[in-house]
Design a binder for this molecule. Structure first.
Ligand SMILES: C[S@@+](CC[C@H](N)C(=O)[O-])C[C@H]1O[C@@H](n2cnc3c(N)ncnc32)[C@H](O)[C@@H]1O
Length: 462
């Protein structure tokens, strides 16, 4: 245990770390009487603020400190709207005016690009939301061993904050989750204990399409809904059908695995179908409980429109959609090109992309379930060089190998969609030796009140 734990300091917040917490440096005397530098992480602070903090616990290289008093506040500091703000790790920036959050996101993207030698002026101001609340169409809540339903406490995955509200989830979703919490309590159903692997209810996933209004409620449990549980399950169906006619999929998913994930060994459809319909860009998508689909549909629409505007697809062109998921970008682009080939590693997403294309009457797409590293060679061999390539990799980025393969393939235009400005910048740098020039970067805020930012960029072969 460090001797500095429990010590108080007055300090100034220099900058924010990648999790959105303030960083400060203080000096203290160690046991030998020497002055030593101490780096502190102070959640819920903003750059430039003068604060009094108490060192709470040692972290790897920094000490975590608790904010005791704000001596000089940031001009954009506001009171957080959500009662769970301090405990729940979901929205780390609710104490910051939305305009300030957007500016910070723009700066993050500029710094990430500058670090790789790109010109920061290419980065436009982050596109925000008009109303940055209740934007999420999917939430995962967790049951604690006593059966309480809620969200994980920040930094403590064993502790659950009992759910009263959630200001970023769709309103109806929270209402339905609260009703399920009440149902679990009325039937005295136990929650799952991660340590002992005992207890029944593990997670509740709620999905809502803001376009079609359809909802999915998926309950993850360690047992099947029969035997002693038949009565409780039947009561759940009655309650949901009576109060939430928009629930088109009520699922009970058996998960006995030790891994604490929303996965299922057996699906029981309690009511409706095993998927819901959603819509984006005028296309209809089937969404299963495990389908990756953009979680902020309002901003996702802006992102798709932006990608089309940047990519300028043409009727006589071929295109590759790398990391295509269920076809969120593929379908609207396919309407505007001659042929589109989508590559994605998850087989169920590819099956879904094929079905989505078929459901929407799209006949000029091919989808391949492959790791991008191999899929890109296969597609180029059979399909030829596309004029346009779009990529939307996971947070870890596409990686040098894939980027160099793209560079060697020499598409005329590349649209890069990314949820991580750092891997985005390093990936794009890989394209420079192949004659590409970065034209424009547009950050889009898909996750208000969090540190995350999405980007859309255009690269052109010189
Ligand atoms: C950010 S998502 C984008 C999905 C899609 N563009 C969309 O907007 O719905 C990234 C996708 O990359 C896929 N993926 C991850 N690693 C991959 C790999 N090595 N090769 C191909 N696809 C991969 C994931 O399964 C996921 O669907």
């Amino acid at each position: 245990m460090s001797t500095t734990v429990g010590s108080s300091f007055i300090t100034e917040i220099r900058q924010l770390d990648k999790n959105g917490a303030g960083q400060a440096v203080v000096w203290h005397e160690n046991e030998k009487g020497n002055s030593k530098k101490l780096k502190l992480t102070v959640p819920e602070t903003l750059p430039g603020e003068k604060v009094r903090v108490t060192v709470d616990k040692p972290e790897r290289r920094r000490r975590k400190a608790v904010l005791e008093e704000i001596i000089e506040a940031h001009p954009e500091r506001i009171g957080p709207a959500c009662p769970h703000f301090s405990l729940c790790g979901g929205c780390v920036w609710q104490h910051w005016q939305y305009a300030g959050q957007l500016q910070e996101k723009t700066n993050h993207v500029k710094h990430a690009l500058e670090a790789q030698g790109f010109e920061p002026y290419l980065v436009q101001d982050t596109m925000g939301m008009e109303d940055p609340w209740h934007y999420r169409n999917k939430m995962e809540f967790t049951f604690s061993p006593d059966g309480t339903l809620g969200l994980h406490e920040q930094g403590n995955f064993r502790k659950i904050i009992s759910l009263e509200t959630c200001l970023i989830a769709g309103k109806k979703m929270v209402e339905a989750a609260m009703d399920i919490a009440k149902w679990a309590s009325d039937h005295h159903l136990s929650g799952y204990n991660k340590d002992t692997h005992e207890g029944l209810l593990r997670h509740l996933m709620v999905r809502e399409s803001f376009a079609t209004g359809e909802m999915m409620l998926a309950l993850f449990a360690t047992e099947a809904p029969d035997g002693n549980l038949r009565e409780a399950a039947s009561d759940l169906i009655d309650r949901i059908e009576a109060k939430f006619p928009e629930v088109k999929s009520l699922l009970w998913l058996e998960n006995r695995d030790w891994a604490d994930r929303t996965q299922s060994e057996k699906t029981h459809v309690l009511s409706g179908r095993d998927f819901i319909y959603d819509e984006l860009s005028g296309f209809r998508y089937r969404i299963w409980y495990d389908t990756f689909f953009q979680t902020n549909p309002t901003q996702a629409q802006k992102l798709v429109d932006l990608a089309i505007e940047m990519g300028q697809p043409k009727k006589n062109e071929k295109m590759i959609d790398l990391f295509c998921g269920v076809g969120t970008f593929s379908l609207p682009f396919a309407k505007q090109v001659k042929e589109l080939s989508g590559i994605e590693i998850v087989e169920t997403s590819i099956e879904s992309a094929k079905r989505n294309a078929k459901d929407n009457g799209i006949t000029n797409t091919h989808f391949l379930a492959r790791d991008a590293r191999h899929g890109i060679d296969e597609v180029i061999d059979s399909f030829g060089t596309p004029e346009l390539l779009l990529l939307d990799p996971p947070r870890s980025g596409a990686g040098g190998k894939v980027m160099r393969k793209i560079g060697r393939a020499q598409p005329e235009r590349i649209v890069y969609v990314s949820c991580n400005p750092d891997t985005f910048a390093t990936d794009m740098k890989e394209l420079l030796p192949f004659g590409y020039q970065l034209e424009l970067v547009q950050p889009v805020d898909l996750f208000p009140h969090t540190v995350h930012v999405e980007c859309c960029a255009l690269l052109i072969k010189k």
